[in-house]
Design a protein around this ligand. Structure first.
Ligand SMILES: N[C@@H](CCC(=O)N[C@@H](CS)C(=O)NCC(=O)O)C(=O)O
Length: 205
């Protein structure tokens, strides 16, 4: 048993980066254990003994307990430490959770899903479910309406909602989404990247 938090992740995965950015923002002391999902490193017997789902991110807490699912890991990190990034008011806190559930249900499957298939599996549009493009665009449209009125998704300060949603939104062009039609989302991405001290994604081409 180690006495430091361990985060297993692959940096090509937005889900993994969410947990890393949260730990960094909170100033936590942790070890990042890099696995290559494209080489099947999450499906080895050794890793399946840690996480039988065979997926990253996976957190091994300092006391040896294991936690999976990016958004659950982020919430745990915040609640177990200084509580920044989650409002204390129950309604405002629930609004952040609303975005976390929506991200996994209505955003990530289409935006991250298309990016992974196009950028890493080399799939053409014809091989990808035709519904994913309009559904991803609808998710971006909903975000555009939201951040036209507020600096951050769940109000006027950075929360876990922004970290969860920025991870794949900033990479959406890799999935064939044109962010130029979503100017408020682009401005929000830049704002969140700055708040997290992460470098902007280089322009394609
Ligand atoms: N809902 C999960 C998704 C986890 C997931 O799909 N992980 C991918 C990387 S983004 C993975 O580990 N893929 C490798 C595999 O399934 O073998 C989360 O938010 O953590």
């Amino acid at each position: 048993m180690s006495d430091r938090l361990k985060l297993y992740g692959d940096p090509i995965s937005g889900n993994c980066l969410k947990t890393k950015w949260t730990a960094d923002y909170l100033g936590l002391d942790y070890d990042w254990v890099a696995l290559d999902i494209l080489k099947g490193e999450t499906r080895t017997d050794e890793f399946l003994a840690i996480n039988p789902f065979g997926q990253v991110p996976t957190a091994v807490l300092a006391d040896g307990r294991i936690l999976t699912q990016s958004n659950a890991i982020m919430v745990y990190l915040v609640e177990a430490h200084n509580g920044a990034l989650l409002p204390s008011d129950p309604y405002e806190r629930a609004c952040v959770f609303k975005w976390l559930f929506w991200e996994q249900n209505s955003h990530e499957p289409y935006i991250a899903g298309r990016r992974f298939r196009k950028a890493y599996l080399g799939h053409t549009d014809e091989k990808i479910d035709a519904e994913w493009l309009p559904r991803g665009e609808a998710a971006l449209g909903l975000m555009e309406c939201t951040v036209q009125d507020t600096d951050y998704l769940a109000g006027d300060s950075l929360t876990l909602a922004d970290i969860a949603l920025v991870a794949y939104t900033r990479l959406a062009d890799g999935g064939g989404f044109d962010l130029s039609g979503f100017p408020s989302v682009r401005a929000w991405i830049a704002r969140v990247e700055k708040a997290l001290s992460i470098d902007p994604v280089p322009e394609a081409g």
